[in-house]
Design a binder for this molecule. Sequence first.
Ligand code: ASP
Length: 339
Amino acid sequence: MTQKLLIIYTGGTIGMTQTEQGLAPAPGLQTRIEEALGEGLNDLPLFDLLELSPLIDSSNITPANWQAIYDTLQHHWSSYAGFVILHGTDTLAYSASVLSFMLGQCNKNVVITGSQIPLGMSRSDGATNIESALAIAAEPSFGMVSVLFHHTLMQGSRVTKFSSHDFKAFQSFNAEPLAKLSIHKQFNGTCFNNDAAYTPVVRDYEFRDGAVAVLPLYPSLPRYAYEGMLHSEQCQAVILQTYGAGNIADMNTDFVDFLAALQRQQKIVVNVTQCAHGGTAQGTYAAGSLLEKLGILDGKDMTLEAAYAKVHWLLAQGYDYDSITQQWAHAVIGEFTEA
Ligand code: ASP
């Protein structure tokens, strides 16, 4: 088998150039990588680069793009030793989460990265992130999709974008990093999984745009913020971003009625906390215990992005309300901390 890696370029700041309207993704990244990395390329594994079409600002991502990335990986799985995905940072955490579920426990590294400043521009973090991602992709498999950003390797299903300014744009608040890259690569010894059996299958998931809604709670949440979810057939699930340890305004009777109506309609409802760190402890407070009674699924310490991706992925396989409810408590790829 070839030891070459494949870089899949989807768009994002890392490959953007200046246009009259502002930064926009541009083709021809191979040349810009060669210019930016210069002689440093000699110390890196060999790679091919594939540009997806169209290249996008990741703010425009839809499930069709997730499927395209997945199909590309599956199509090339046996031809390369590992993969680097170049992605815009804005929705990178969503793609990393959904690809984590789609690929599951895999026997090659799929490392997602991007940058805060385009490759080739002054003070860009792009070259370092690409170099590190390539170096990591060539390592023995971590057995899961990962994200490399600013010298830290994290589980794909655990990351969140927390800074629009810092080079350290991503955090994995509830899970230890898989590795830290300083002068040496320091791996978290428990993360390798070289034995994962994995047969690549190009699978047509039936992702449905708009199937999952997100509802952040805030004081005196008005009916108009959510009632459309009840009347939409497109909406099959709602991710509630609740307060603190998973609390809702249980004195807001309109809202409580809304939650009960969602259950009657057999729409999946998941409770994740608005807090970046920690998770829910559904039922600790009287103001949260109602959620248990209403059959709302506990998101534990999952990120919003992972909960959103997991529900989309389950629905895309045709699972119904009962089946999703039954399998919810099972972590598929370490997306929450198991007690
Ligand atoms: N808007 C850009 C994107 O997500 C931001 C970035 O890549 O940093 O594609």
